[in-house]
Design a protein around this ligand. Structure first.
Ligand code: XMP
Ligand code: MG
Length: 183
């Protein structure tokens, strides 16, 4: 029997691996330009941002340091509540550092708006946000995001780090799950 193909669970592929990489290369070029005279600390939010961090960091030509944070937002199922708990804090001291938060997706914006305020309270020189995906129709708070890969429809997406019940993170593309998977 052939091995199962994870991609068979997708209703639609939104972005192929090649399309994602092209957009990440463009974001990296912008970041390189904006931080040309500064050292930047890129902060990946676990676990979803692992793929973006891996590809974005390798596309950057400037010196960067990398650190990781894990947060969980209390909420029911797939909805975020804005009440955030730190599961793993940064190792780095942010005092006078230029910080760039790297995220997979902004949905309501509640998690990131909390995280940005939290990091800003630690005395950094600056805090900006880079997200691969954003759902403009789902926004509940206004949040200033300097780098956005793609704006997407208000649908649950998986792949390239994004999961459904911890699966699909390993897909190289981003897609919409077929209803037969969760119904
Ligand atoms: P908020 O609503 O606070 O939530 O911006 C952001 C976090 O919610 C998760 N999330 C998703 N995960 N597919 C996913 O796999 C999605 O379509 C999706 N929308 C939100 C994600 O963890 C993100 O960091
Ligand atoms: Mg996430």
């Amino acid at each position: 029997m052939d091995a199962q193909d994870v991609k068979d669970d997708l209703e639609e592929v939104l972005y192929s691996a090649e399309e994602i990489q092209t957009r990440i290369d463009e974001l990296a070029a912008e970041i390189d330009r904006d931080y040309a005279d500064k050292d930047v600390l890129i902060v990946g939010v676990l676990k979803g941002a692992v793929m973006v961090m891996a590809d974005l960091s390798r596309a950057l030509k400037s010196h960067v340091s990398m650190d990781w944070m894990a947060v969980s937002s209390y909420g029911s199922g797939t909805k975020s509540s804005g009440v955030v708990r730190i599961l793993k804090d940064l190792d780095a001291d942010l005092m006078n550092r230029h910080v760039l938060i790297v995220e997979d997706i902004i949905d309501s914006g509640l998690t990131l708006s909390w995280l940005k305020a939290n990091l800003e309270s630690r005395g950094p020189a600056s805090v900006e946000i880079c997200t691969l995906l954003r759902k403009p129709e789902a926004a509940k708070v206004e949040i200033d995001v300097k780098y956005v890969g793609m704006d997407i429809p208000n649908k649950f997406v998986v792949g390239y780090g994004l999961d459904f019940a911890e699966k699909y993170r390993n897909l190289d593309c981003i897609g919409i799950l077929a209803p037969h998977v969760y119904e």
